[in-house]
Each structure stands twice: as structure tokens, then as C-alpha cells.
Write a protein that binds this ligand. Structure first.
Ligand code: NAP
Ligand code: ZN
Length: 348
């Protein structure tokens, strides 16, 4: 099947228009015309080969919302005309313990990511900065009626990546949660933690973000570069979700964890620098953890929750041709709080 999108051809070249082939749909496939695709900082990391595993040409995009235009004969949950979502994964082994438990993101054989990956046949996967996608039904989520489609796109990565740890660590109306970094993931973490009833604090290095953070639901805002402000929240948090994309010092955050508290890293991938001091961990049975996106059933549960509570992302809709400028702005943390590409602009 012919497809059209925008691709990166190397770590240093801008994204440009790109014609490519997608597989012809199989019996269990859903074919989706893409309406909106969110722009994740992971797209930028991978387009620029920050993780040293990039496959070019690369069509990024894993926050995909569209309309179903065809279904294979064994598809049961979707019909033509339905709205559908595709996140970071399009396949996994489906037989290991993790897959059987609905945690396909931790598939023992490794999940097949929506782009920058090879499918079971060894063909490259291409993401959502494109007109159309063909995906196995098991990896497609239903969009509740009434949810704004563009605002819902970021739930497929920014949303589920913060929802999954909030659920795993049982956040509820008695919890004290903090979020490090107010970007795409950070603003969803605030909204979702608040919707679960938690008391929410934002740690930010940016003094100008307080009003926005309060509007998004933060109860307290702490400037992480100010030691006096950091000292006011000693021993407070049950869970800290750290969304910062680059290496940074975790040590100032450890004393702010309550006994048994956990700081879960979802942003930076790589060796922790400077080293983490074990003393505050041991002295308070505290944990440093990590978390990767979330499973498909969990993603559907998130959409159902957001449909019920009216939670979507705060977005800036952009045209496809403005993607390279959007990446530069993302690097400067100049986005409130997620870019979403309107795919109707693809051929402009
Ligand atoms: P983003 O929109 O660019 O937000 C990142 C935020 O981190 C910024 O707004 C900024 O907030 C803060 N920050 C602190 N130091 C920074 C620095 N040196 N450069 C840039 N920002 C800095 O990014 P995102 O889309 O939320 O993604 C965050 C990270 O999560 C990325 O590394 C992405 O690859 C990763 N990710 C992981 C998963 C997973 O499954 N674990 C899934 C999706 C994304 P303040 O100004 O408030 O400090
Ligand atoms: Zn993402």
C-alpha cells in the first residue's frame, strides 16, 4: 500500500516529504487514515539518533489518532468510520508472561515499536507523521465519544507513560505526588494525578511556569534550582515522576521522598550522572525506579478514564511542514504543552 509522510534521512538533516510502502492489510488488521499525530520528545531523540539505534529513513510519530477506513475479516472491535488510536507499539510476541499479562511493553522478545523498528518480517515500521497506517487490531485503542481528537492524541504516549506509574504505585486521594519537568509528559502527569485525587507538586527549573502549572492542577510549585524551596518539601512525596529528558542530578529529590517513597524515571535513558547517593535510599527504604509507556489494555483504560473525566492534553496544533521548527522549540522547552500535527496539512 502506498503511503506518504515526513521522514528524517539522517541524524543531522531536517524531516522532508517521503513516499513509502506499507504492508497490505491482513485479516486481523485495521487500516486507519491519520487525522492527528502528537510530537513526543522521543521523536526528536530518535530522529537525531540520541539513543544510537536509529534506522533511516525514519517516519516518527507514536501518538496517532485517525479514522478507520478498512478492517480485515477477523477484526471484531472496529468498523469503518470509527475513531481509533495507535501508540508506541504495533506488535509483540503475544506469548510471553508479560504479553499474557497485558504488559506488552515489557515483552520478553521486545515489543515492535511503531517506528524505528523492524516488524516480524524484518521490514521497517513507519510512524504517524503520515497519511495512513495499518495495525494489528490488538494494538489499536478505541476513542470514547466526545473526547477532542487532537487533544486526545498525546494520551497515546505522554498520557499512558505517566498513567502507568500512577496506577502501578496505587496513587489515590491520599497520595502526595510530585512531577519533575513541565513538558508533554509532565503536564499529563499533573492532570492525571489530580484526576486520581492526589495532592500534586511540580518541580520545575523554569520560574515562569507557575501559573500554568496551577491551571493544570498543581497544588504546589517548587523551583528545583532553589535549595531553600527544596528544603520545604523534605520527606513529603509517595511518588515522584521524573520526566526530564537529559542526564540530571537526582540527589536533590531523594530527601523529598517519604519513607517507602519512589522516584520513577520515565525521561532520561542512560547512566545516572552524578552517581545517586544510597544513604537517603537506605535510611528511608526509598526506591529509584523506571517505567516504560504502558500496556494496551491499560491504554484503553486510560482512554476510558479520560472520556469519563474529560481529560485531554493542552496542545498547539501545527502543520506538517512546521515540524522542524517544532523540534527546535521542543529543545528550548517552548511548547504548551504538546505539539500535535494536523494531518490535513500533510500535502500543503
Ligand atoms: P518535553 O515536552 O520536551 O518536556 C521535558 C521537560 O523537562 C521540559 O519542559 C523541562 O521542564 C524539563 N527539562 C529539564 N531539563 C531539561 C533539559 N536540559 N532540556 C529540556 N527539558 C528539560 O519532553 P516530553 O515529550 O515530555 O518527554 C520527556 C522525556 O520522556 C523524553 O526524554 C522522552 O524521550 C521520554 N519518554 C519516555 C517514555 C517512556 O516510556 N519512559 C515515553 C515517552 C517519552 P521544566 O522547564 O519545567 O523544567
Ligand atoms: Zn512518546
Amino acid at each position: 500500500m502506498k503511503a506518504f509522510g515526513y521522514a528524517a534521512h539522517s541524524a543531522t538533516s531536517p524531516l522532508v516529504p517521503f513516499h513509502f510502502e506499507r504492508r497490505d492489510p491482513r485479516a486481523d488488521d485495521v487500516t486507519i487514515d491519520i487525522l492527528y499525530c502528537g510530537v513526543c520528545h522521543s521523536d526528536l531523540h530518535q530522529a537525531r539518533n540520541d539513543w544510537a539505534n536509529s534506522i533511516y529513513p525514519m517516519v516518527p510519530g507514536h501518538e496517532i489518532i485517525g479514522r478507520v477506513v478498512a478492517v480485515g475479516p477477523s477484526v471484531t472491535r472496529f468498523k469503518v468510520g470509527d475513531h481509533a488510536g495507535v501508540g508506541c507499539m504495533v506488535d509483540s510476541c503475544l506469548t510471553c508472561e508479560a504479553c499474557e499479562e497485558g504488559e506488552e511493553q515489557y515483552c520478553r522478545c521486545f515489543p515492535i515499536f511503531t517506528y524505528n523498528a523492524l516488524d516480524r518480517e524484518g521490514a521497517p515500521t513507519y510512524g504517524g507523521y503520515s497519511d495512513r497506517i495499518v495495525v494489528k487490531e490488538r494494538f489499536v485503542v478505541k476513542i470514547p465519544d466526545g473526547l477532542d481528537l487532537a487533544g486526545a492524541a498525546p494520551l497515546l504516549c505522554a498520557g499512558i507513560t505517566t498513567w502507568s506509574p500512577l496506577r502501578h504505585w496505587n496513587v489515590n486521594d491520599k497520595s502526595k505526588v510530585a512531577v519533575v519537568g513541565l513538558g508533554g509528559l509532565g503536564h499529563m502527569a499533573i492532570k492525571l494525578a489530580k484526576a486520581l485525587g492526589a495532592h500534586v507538586t511540580l518541580f520545575t527549573r523554569s520560574p515562569g511556569k507557575s501559573d500554568d502549572a496551577r491551571r493544570l492542577g498543581a497544588d504546589d510549585i517548587i523551583l528545583s534550582t532553589d535549595a531553600d524551596q527544596m528544603a520545604t518539601v523534605g520527606g513529603r512525596f509517595d511518588l515522584i515522576i521524573d520526566t526530564v529528558p537529559y542526564a540530571h542530578d537526582l540527589n536533590p529529590y531523594l530527601p523529598t521522598l517519604a519513607i517507602n517513597g519512589t522516584i520513577v524515571l520515565v525521561g532520561y535513558l542512560g547512566p545516572l550522572e552524578p552517581p545517586v547517593d544510597s544513604v537517603p535510599l537506605i535510611m528511608g527504604r526509598k526506591s529509584v525506579a523506571g517505567s516504560l509507556i504502558g500496556g494496551i489494555a491499560e491504554t484503553q483504560a486510560l482512554f476510558d478514564f479520560c472520556g469519563k473525566h474529560g481529560v485531554v492534553s493542552d496542545i498547539e496544533v501545527i502543520k506538517m511542514r512546521d515540524i522542524n521548527e517544532a523540534y527546535e522549540r521542543l529543545l528550548k522547552a517552548d511548547v504548551k504543552y504538546r505539539f500535535v500535527i494536523d494531518m490535513a496539512s500533510l500535502k500543503e
